[in-house]
Design a protein around this ligand. Structure first.
Ligand code: GAP
Length: 448
């Protein structure tokens, strides 16, 4: 698939941020953090359904970026890294936002988000812009002194570069190869906004792809990863008209990058970054070699040469990816004269794969339904619901994206078949209980 630069015309959507935030809170996807204490500025907790969706997003990424490839390996590095890491990586020097302070109300703003030179809060005068480093500081050990000061990592990438030699020495890898990592990152963002779009604590899925130091090779892999990642979002449910690729202008590039393209998504508040694909060259390995004094070269057997490889990096936020999937899954329609909210999540991402309902709360139906639930729980996340009319029970599941409803009725008691209802089409078919696990496995399609 070729990635194009044009802005496609957006279709009309029913979803708004407000509707989605409400649904997430009401049904246990995302809660404001520390709510019982009045909340803690733009931090969020994932509830029972959110945690499953998040796990599935991470698994979809890991499956396609690591498990199904023979050229990518995984690591899980510590959040705390030696403070020299951030000197070497340039984050101490360059990972800053310009900020201004109000001289009256003392509020702090990002200089590039302010129009004019008056405080948007109280109209007071503003200080000149100063650079504010986005890394969180803390202390390692019991003594709070400068020598013990460390940072919470602002990207997972540096844990990969710091392990480059360990991987080359232990894994018999040959260029080109990638190292992937999923984990938390922290940035003391001056402006947090739009729910889980930009927060101070978030999760990243990053992969550093090491290649020969050659511009043609770099261009090939840059295009390859851009196409691959663009396609990944589409395959898991992002709508084509809500996705575009936008190349960074020279003055937007991060300090380590010689070329970056953002894969942007059309959020209800406008186009914004979803994922970045960057050319990092040998910047990071060069810097770590210089600051650590270690040899971070790779021996190329074919060329009989030693060099530090170049890197192409696709980097995606888990929370932001989840937000995009939720926004594009959200729909409202009318079924049997009743309005419903339905999350048309890809079944692979859906937090619950199937819901089991006894039609009646008697005649052995609840017991059979529990038996079906236990049988299926060995394979997928399954829920059980016997409260209210069957229509209401379907709608409760539609709203959280459960793709399949299984109803146990009087016929089940006679012939061991159940009704399987599809969330999107609401069509129903009868399936023998003994075939259910296979039928659902096929429909969910984790092997796609
Ligand atoms: N290692 C490269 C890197 O970190 P980035 O563009 O700063 O690049 C990569 O971050 C991705 O991480 C972004 O595209 C976004 O999805 C996510 N991300 C970055 N900052 C975030 C924040 N404050 N809150 C949520 N997600 C964030």
């Amino acid at each position: 698939m070729a990635v194009e630069q044009a802005t496609p015309t957006a279709t009309k959507r029913v979803v708004t941020m407000e509707k989605l935030v409400n649904l997430c809170k009401r049904r246990g996807f995302v809660f404001p953090s520390s709510e019982i204490y009045g909340g803690l500025g733009s931090t969020f907790d994932y509830g029972p359904l959110g945690v499953e969706l998040k796990r599935n997003v991470k698994e979809a990424w890991w499956r396609e970026m690591v498990l199904r490839r023979s050229d990518v390996l995984g690591v899980d590095s510590a959040i705390f890294q030696h403070p020299r890491t951030w000197e070497a990586s340039g984050h101490l020097q360059n990972f800053t936002d310009p900020m201004v302070d109000c001289q009256s109300c003392k509020q702090r703003f990002r200089a590039d988000k302010i129009e004019g030179n008056k405080c948007p809060n109280c109209g007071g005068g503003l200080t000149p812009a100063r650079n504010f480093n986005l890394m969180f500081k803390t202390f390692l050990g019991p003594v709070e002194e400068t020598a013990a000061m460390i940072y919470l990592r602002p990207e997972t990438a540096q844990g990969i570069f710091a392990n480059f030699a360990n991987i080359v020495d232990t894994q018999r890898v040959k260029l080109p190869f990638g190292v992937a990592q999923i984990g938390k990152s922290f940035r003391n963002e001056i402006t947090t906004e739009n729910f889980i779009f930009r927060t101070r604590e978030f999760e990243q899925m990053e992969m550093e792809f090491f290649i020969k130091p050659d511009p043609a090779e770099e261009e090939t892999w840059y295009r390859y990863w851009l196409d691959f990642r663009f396609d990944w979002h589409l395959r898991y449910g992002i709508k084509r008209e809500h996705l575009r690729a936008r190349e960074h202008a020279a003055d937007e590039l991060s300090h380590y990058s010689s070329g970056t393209t953002d894969i942007e998504f059309l959020y209800p508040f406008g186009w914004g970054e979803l994922e970045g694909v960057a050319k990092r060259g040998s910047f990071d390995l060069d810097q770590h070699a210089k600051f650590s004094g270690r040899d971070l070269t790779y021996f190329d057997e074919d060329a009989k040469a030693r060099y530090r490889p170049w890197v192409v990096e696709p980097a995606l936020g888990v929370d932001r990816s989840m937000l995009a999937f939720l926004l594009d899954a959200y729909d409202e329609d009318v079924v049997e004269n009743e309005e419903r909210i339905v999350l048309r999540l890809d079944p692979r991402l859906a937090p619950i794969k199937a819901a089991v309902f006894p039609l009646l709360r008697k005649a052995g139906q609840p017991e059979t339904a529990q038996r079906v639930r236990e049988m299926l729980q060995k394979h997928f996340s399954v829920t059980y619901d016997q409260a209210g009319s069957i229509g209401r029970r379907y709608r409760r599941q539609d709203e959280v994206g459960t793709p399949y409803g299984l109803t146990i009725d009087h016929q089940t008691m006679e012939d061991d078949t159940v009704t399987l209802r599809d969330r999107d089409s609401t069509g129903q078919v009868r399936v023998p209980i003994e075939r259910l696990a296979a039928e659902l496995t096929e429909r969910i399609g984790l092997d796609r």
